[in-house]
Design a protein around this ligand. Structure first.
Ligand code: KE4
Length: 431
């Protein structure tokens, strides 16, 4: 029988680089043929062959309500009838801004943009403009979008600055980017001792979903906050993935429960706040945000920023997830998946560790949860690829890369979780 996914992939590769519009979709890390989605509904999607999958990617996080939520769909359809884009302010941008600020008290103002990359790039420029400093710290394994200064890997040693991870990024563009090891307090303290007064910010994924699922330890997070405050650097939380996904108050509300009074300075958001449409944001205290044009000297702009259809999608999504009990139920469902996978792996004697928060989860074919990128990369990649395809062939769709997180939606049922665990048990037995 003809595999229509392969037919489409071959056709796509003739007109789109790699046949995809974002590299991870090409299955290069795991091999095989990407599934071309024909349609999606609830917790499922159907590929070009009509094969159904339980979807644990959910567009890499945005689809927290599941695909085609009727309330969101109606809001989008209604907004579209009033116009697709104006390049002029609308009331709904205010409503969405107010809804975001209601749940993230560290932010007094927010600017809407169209992608997480744009939000992260703009947050970095804002931090540099607001402090008058150029150097900044990021951590190996964290991804903040593909702006030049952020496409960087660790230099040869602590004091040396980053090297580009991509062709086309001039070395001088990343010479102010210091890449440290996630969860390494000693390195952090040394970096501040060497460069503290030159640092514009520390940018971090509070729960690193681009290392699958690695939490910043409480002592590490506390030390980041203390050192930023001590040296006048801004603490930038990249919550594009964790924002409104791990908790209604995002990851910063999880850490605020563990570290009294904890708040970042600037927050970057995306994914869930757009509900699946192109929308992201960055925000912080009024004094910092008013440094942005047109009120301040830091330029930032966008034709489709605050797009009226995207804001309708995002606003309807946030209003749904803000309903009482939403995250309790979502967290319990995600926890049941993780517990089920752990039990199945243990029964099969497969080294396995997993963690979750709210609607986000991750797992490793390692006996213990890794605390940094180097540890994550000790995972058995061929074994992961076998697991990935074993699940895929049985209708369970997880991320096609061992360093990516997974996502549960409100549409995933207990039956979906039970089926996923049963399929996983079958695959673990053959690893
Ligand atoms: P976008 O430009 O892809 O909207 O957002 C960039 C970004 C920024 N910050 C974090 C923490 C992110 O996870 C992302 C994007 N996440 C990836 C998945 N790891 C998107 C999937 C893709 O690249 O196709």
């Amino acid at each position: 029988m003809t595999d229509l996914n392969q037919t489409l992939f071959d056709r796509a590769a003739k007109v789109i680089p790699g046949g995809v519009n974002s590299p991870v979709r090409a299955f290069r890390a795991v091999g095989g043929t990407p599934r071309f989605v024909q349609r999606a509904q609830g917790a499922y999607f159907w590929d070009a062959n009509g094969q159904k999958y339980i979807d644990y990617i959910g567009s890499w996080g945005p689809m927290i309500l599941g695909h085609g939520n009727p309330v969101v769909l109606e809001a989008v359809q209604k907004a579209a009838l009033d116009g697709f884009s104006f390049g002029a302010p609308t009331e709904r941008e205010i409503e969405l801004a107010e809804e975001i600020l209601k749940h993230v008290p560290s932010m007094e103002m927010v600017r809407l943009v169209s992608s997480g990359t744009e939000a992260g790039m703009s947050a970095l420029r804002l931090a540099r403009g607001a402090t008058g400093r150029n150097k900044f710290i990021k951590f190996e394994g964290c991804y903040h979008g593909h702006c030049d200064a952020l496409l960087v890997k660790a230099g040869s040693g602590l004091a040396t600055f980053g090297n580009p991870t991509s062709a086309g990024v001039p070395p001088e563009v990343v010479r102010d980017t210091l890449v440290l090891e996630y969860n390494n307090i000693a390195q952090l303290e040394e970096a501040f001792a060497l460069h503290g007064k030159e640092l514009a910010c520390v940018m971090i994924e509070p729960i690193a979903g681009n290392m699958n699922f690695v939490r910043a330890s409480v002592p590490f997070m506390k030390r980041c906050r203390e050192l930023c405050t001590e040296h006048g650097a801004l603490f930038v939380f990249d919550e594009v993935m964790t924002g409104f996904r791990v908790a209604l108050g995002s990851a910063q509300s999880v850490y605020a429960k563990l570290i009294p009074g904890f708040q970042p300075d600037v927050t970057v958001l995306g994914k869930v706040i757009g509900g699946g449409m192109p929308l992201a944001a960055f925000g912080g205290p009024r004094a910092i945000m008013q440094q942005l044009a047109p009120t301040g000297p830091v330029y930032q702009a966008g034709t489709l920023s605050g797009n009226p259809v995207a804001t309708a999608c995002g606003l309807a999504t946030l209003r749904e997830i803000a309903k009482p009990g939403f995250f309790d139920a979502l967290g319990a469902r995600t926890q049941s998946l993780v517990d089920g996978l752990k039990g199945a792996a243990e029964k099969a004697g497969v080294p396995f560790s997993a963690d979750c928060q709210g609607g986000m989860f991750g797992f490793f074919l390692l006996p213990e949860l890794p605390q940094n990128y180097a540890k994550v990369m000790t995972s058995d990649s061929p074994k992961f690829n076998k697991l990935f395809h074993g699940l895929l062939d049985r209708g369970v769709y997880i991320a096609p890369a061992l360093y990516e997180a997974g996502f549960v939606s409100a549409a995933h049922t207990d039956a979906d979780i039970a089926q996923t665990v049963a399929v996983a048990a079958d695959v673990f037995a053959q690893l």
